[in-house]
Design a protein around this ligand. Structure first.
Ligand code: HSE
Length: 305
């Protein structure tokens, strides 16, 4: 009977501009988790991002997600669980750090109880915990994902773009909670804006699948969430402009923010784009760091201990 497992989960960038609560992409920046069944109650060890701020409890997503599945899949007894995290993904910056904890918990519980569930099934459990599927789906499946709800369940279609892309994530010092960023969005939008976004998100997926990246500057535009969230992230317009001027196709608010993410050709000068975005943030009064990333095609992986 297996007692421990290591799980590695990628960062994710949800919405991808026009695909609010629908599109997401996995990136090659990772949080690592070890789950170990023990006899000592709940224990948590965190290094890296969030160390000193996260605590062992049934409310911590890494524990909550584990027990959500464990209690359903088995009546095997346990008297303790130790979770060890090494976090590289900054918290509350729109890069899916909480989704990594949910996905790790579900993957670990599934593995330690005999791997009876598919990743698609885990997408539905993870969505139930997270509330929307656009981060958890790419974290589980890798690549880009189109997620939707049907018959009360979350489902996702994964795809990999025809040609590689570079993602440049400019991460400001100031976090932004998803709850606050969601409150900024109005209950209803005009039919005109809905049509605008339906067109842009369809165009984005087609451009990625066909490799027709000349459409990306238009395809990354959005009217459903970004205009309402921009005032919450100082310097957004200037950072978007700086990214384009430095050679990116365009830039978007990653997830609910506060990270701003540029999309560029794989052979673009991504470092120059990152520096330009960082400087624009600094001019707007915000310290920022940047990461040059690429797509993670695999999604979360289990490493047998
Ligand atoms: N689609 C979500 C949002 C992603 O934009 O609020 C953040 O969790």
């Amino acid at each position: 009977m297996k007692k421990s497992v290591r799980v590695i989960v990628p960062a994710t960038s949800a919405n991808c501009g026009p695909g609010f609560d629908v599109l997401g992409a996995a990136c090659n920046l990772y949080n690592e988790f070890t789950y170990e069944l023990t006899e000592r109650g709940f224990e948590l060890e965190v290094t890296g991002e969030g160390s000193g701020r996260l605590h062992a409890s049934g409310k911590n997503l890494a524990f909550l997600a584990f027990f959500r599945l464990w209690n359903e899949l088995t009546d095997r007894r346990y008297t303790g669980l130790k979770v060890t995290m090494h976090n590289r993904i900054p918290l509350s910056r729109g890069l899916g750090s909480s989704s990594t904890a949910i996905v790790a918990g579900l993957m670990a519980a599934n593995y330690l109880t005999g791997s009876t569930l598919t990743r698609q099934q885990l997408v539905d459990y993870a969505t139930e915990i997270e509330g929307h599927p656009d981060n958890v789906a790419p974290a589980l499946l890798g690549g880009f994902t189109v997620s939707y709800m049907a018959h009360g369940k979350a489902a996702s279609l994964r795809f990999v773009p025809k040609k590689p892309l570079s993602f440049i994530a400019a991460v400001p010092a100031e976090p932004l909670s998803t709850a606050r960023a969601r409150q900024a969005i109005p209950e209803t939008v005009s039919h005109k804006d809905a049509v605008f976004n339906a067109g842009r998100s369809a165009l984005l997926v087609s451009a990625l699948l066909t490799g027709e990246y000349k459409f990306l500057p238009d395809a990354l535009e959005d009217r459903l969430h970004q205009p309402y969230r921009m005032p919450l992230i100082n310097g957004t317009q200037a950072v978007f402009k700086a990214a384009k001027n430095a050679g990116a196709y365009g830039a978007i608010i990653s997830g609910a923010g506060s990270t701003l993410m540029a999309y560029a050709a794989a052979d673009a000068d991504s470092e120059a784009i990152g520096r330009a975005m960082q400087q624009a943030f600094e001019k707007a009064g915000q310290q920022a760091v940047y990461h040059v990333l690429k797509l993670d095609e695999e999604g979360a992986r289990v490493i047998d201990n």
